[in-house]
Design a protein around this ligand. Structure first.
Ligand code: DX5
Ligand code: ZN
Length: 217
């Protein structure tokens, strides 16, 4: 088992001082930025888009994963490739036949991710796993940071790991904190998206290290 990847959810960062946030994240050795893009349609909240991500791309060499919570991801994928995202994740609920879009993302040498909401069963995603590099299991209903972790999604992580083997990256997103991360790790997740459990702390390095150690315990 490799070292757990803690991915700070940028939804919770201080956009009034983005450069300082980038510096703090990179100083904390957090290895993956998680960008939550919301369109006010697929989810009842609006966040930011490719322009902001492209601007930040110039400020750090840490990889970017963009989590598209938008209704028509196929229309926007190219913008996020151009913005310099290393991984692009979109929702199965937005694209019920996701194979073509997953393949199109892979063709651009970008990690192709598929996200599923808490009430979407694992079986709905299963037929598409061969075309996926990453499965993102939502552990809250998407739209807002700071919600409580839903332990009922853990069996989906277990199923995915069992069926897809070690090749698939499994990311868990929503309410991941020191108290919940070890159950996610035991279930088989390898990427842990962390909003509040990073940004609510003064020292992102200490917060990140605590999550890593709890993931292994
Ligand atoms: C929710 C987002 C999450 C969220 C994580 O729609 O996908 O990435 O912001 O924030 P916390 O860790 O606070 O639940
Ligand atoms: Zn997210």
């Amino acid at each position: 088992q490799h070292r757990p990847v803690i991915a700070p959810s940028m939804l919770k960062c201080d956009f009034g001082n983005l450069q300082a946030e980038v510096d703090r994240i990179d100083a904390a050795n957090l290895p993956l930025y998680h960008w939550d893009v919301m369109d006010g349609h697929f989810v009842p909240n609006l966040s930011y888009g490719a322009m902001l991500i492209a601007a930040t791309r110039k400020r750090t060499s840490t990889p970017f994963d963009v989590h598209l919570m938008i209704s028509d991801p196929a229309a926007y994928v190219d913008e996020y490739v151009k913005a310099g995202c290393e991984a692009i994740t979109f929702h199965l609920e937005a694209v019920p036949e996701p194979r073509e879009l997953l393949q199109a993302i892979r063709k651009q040498d970008v990690v192709a991710g598929l996200a599923i909401n808490p009430n979407t069963p694992f079986e709905a995603a299963e037929p598409f796993l061969q075309d996926c590099d990453l499965l993102l299991v939502m552990s809250v209903n998407p739209g807002f940071g700071g919600q409580a972790f839903m332990p009922e999604v853990l069996p989906k992580i277990q199923q995915a790991r069992k069926i897809a083997g070690d090749e698939l990256l499994i990311s868990v997103d929503g309410g991941v904190a020191a108290e919940t991360i070890s159950d996610c790790a035991v279930a088989g997740a390898d990427i842990f998206v962390a909003g509040s459990s990073i940004f609510d702390h003064d020292d992102y390095g200490i917060a990140g290290a605590r999550l890593v150690s709890q993931a292994g315990s």
